[in-house]
Design a protein around this ligand. Structure first.
Ligand code: SF4
Length: 236
């Protein structure tokens, strides 16, 4: 029987758990990948992914594996967050604000570990949380390139908020260049041999296509260091 999920009653939270890629001190937020309807077995219904206009990368998305292996945890968890942001964004905001106000367990938040922002209000919500919590560092990935560049040109970015343009081949390059002078705007470039932008460095979380257990994001920090601007990465 389908599980009943009431988005207005659920308590939303950043996820924190042992994560070999990120390290133990980085909490994450994820929504459903892709732009198609995904069947959520726990809910016995389909929910649309959040990555609008990004059909070019969906089949290579690194989240696919987790959805196949963990439909009751990863897939269902991303679906809950997706529904929450669509149906009751102010409840999501209030719950996350509360969690950040009381936690001692993490000081860094990675947004869109999977999925993307769906509208400007969501980006504003993350920025507002960063402004309310200056002791935390936030970093987000997005392929909503136009929305991101327009936001940065109009508002700038808080000191503790880093925005990574998740660049795939030519997609996102021009929009990134519009705001590249902002120290907290970064380009995270998928490197499958076809790249359109020179990099300063590369992500060492993957070596020869395999996860490198010696480097975690918590140790590396390149996606949220003002000086690192363009990073190549072998996994997407
Ligand atoms: S560059 Fe560093 S911070 Fe960014 S994803 Fe790779 S390991 Fe993590």
């Amino acid at each position: 029987m389908a599980k009943k999920f009431n988005p207005n009653k659920y308590t939303y939270h950043f996820n924190l758990g042992h994560n070999v890629k990120l390290g133990d001190g980085i909490a994450t937020w994820s929504t459903l990948k892709g732009s198609e309807l995904l069947y959520i077995p726990v809910l016995e219904k389909k929910v649309r992914g959040t990555c609008k206009d990004s059909e070019y990368c969906t089949k290579d998305c690194y989240v696919n594996k987790s959805y196949n292996r963990f439909p009751k945890t990863a897939l269902y968890g991303h679906a809950r967050n997706t529904i929450g942001l669509r149906r009751c964004p102010s409840k999501v905001f209030a719950d996350l604000h509360h969690q950040l106000s009381v936690t001692n367990r993490f000081r860094t938040v990675r947004i869109n570990q999977s999925g993307d922002i769906e509208n400007i209000q969501e980006l504003e919500m993350w920025v507002n949380l960063a402004l309310l919590h200056p002791n935390f560092t936030f970093y987000i990935y997005t392929k909503q390139f136009k929305m991101a560049s327009e936001f940065i040109l109009s508002n700038g970015l808080p000191k503790n908020f880093h925005l990574n343009f998740s660049i795939w081949h030519e997609h996102g390059v021009n929009e990134y260049f519009k705001v590249a002078s902002n120290p907290n705007a970064h380009a995270f470039v998928y490197d499958d041999g076809e790249t359109y932008i020179p990099a300063d460095d590369y992500c060492r979380a993957y070596i020869n296509g395999k996860l490198n257990h010696k480097i975690t994001c918590e140790v590396c920090k390149k996606c949220y260091k003002p000086k690192t601007k363009v990073i190549y990465c072998k996994s997407h």
